[in-house]
Design a protein around this ligand. Structure first.
Ligand code: AMP
Ligand code: ZN
Length: 119
């Protein structure tokens, strides 16, 4: 069923605590934790606690949780003082765009100059 934990999903295991993570923020519906392979001085992932494979599926199934993820992305940026210099929120969607974990997640990136367009 949409939203149910998936036994083989890395980010569901981070939500349950089975896999450790450096959690920086948590709400009833979201968890934010540092990316294990950071691509910028600040690189935090914000995920819904419920399992949805990508951002579009999350938005279709649960608009409130989608809003919660975006609000928390902004809160992470403020916590890390990125709101003063600028930051990027990225949802890689599909393997051709670099998605490797199929549990929706927002990358919050900042703390260095960010080129546009991204690679
Ligand atoms: P994506 O490639 O957009 O699916 O993003 C998945 C992200 O998860 C990558 O940036 C990985 O570095 C990150 N990642 C993978 N395993 C872990 C982990 N155990 N803890 C934190 N981040 C992870
Ligand atoms: Zn999951």
């Amino acid at each position: 069923m949409a939203g149910e934990p998936q036994a083989d999903c890395l980010f569901c295991k981070i939500v349950s605590g089975e896999v450790p993570a450096t959690v920086v923020r948590e709400t009833d519906t979201t968890v934010a934790f540092r990316d294990i392979n950071p691509q910028a001085p600040t690189h935090v992932l914000v995920i819904p606690k419920a399992h949805h494979p990508d951002a579009a599926s999350l938005a279709a199934a649960d608009p409130q949780a989608t809003a919660d993820v975006l609000r928390e992305a902004g809160a992470v940026a403020a916590d890390e003082k990125l709101d003063e210099t600028g930051y990027r929120v990225v949802f890689n969607t599909g393997s051709g765009a670099g998605q490797t974990v199929f549990h929706a997640h927002a990358h919050v990136l900042g703390g260095r100059g960010l080129n546009w367009p991204p690679g």
